[in-house]
Design a protein around this ligand. Sequence first.
Ligand code: CA
Ligand code: CA
Length: 99
Amino acid sequence: MKTIHLAISSLLLVACAANAEDIRSKTIERPEGTLIVTWGQPAPPPDQGRPVFAELDRNNDGQLTLQETESHALLHSDFIFADGNRNGVISRAELERWN
Ligand SMILES: [Ca+2]
Ligand SMILES: [Ca+2]
């Protein structure tokens, strides 16, 4: 029997906003096979406050690499957007713009 998995995340975010950690699924039996629809969103990263450049820049080279941002979950997940010139590192000015 054919099984189809369909993940819907962005369409139902509003419906799940009240309980953001709740991942739900529904199984629908169809003549063509079983359809499993899963929706929800993972829990947001904990609020760590604004990242402090000097604390993240472990090698003190004036740039933040992706690895150096691992301790700040939100900045780490948003790295490509914070890296305004897309050179693979975040400068102090880029971090200030991102904040
Ligand atoms: Ca660095
Ligand atoms: Ca950059």
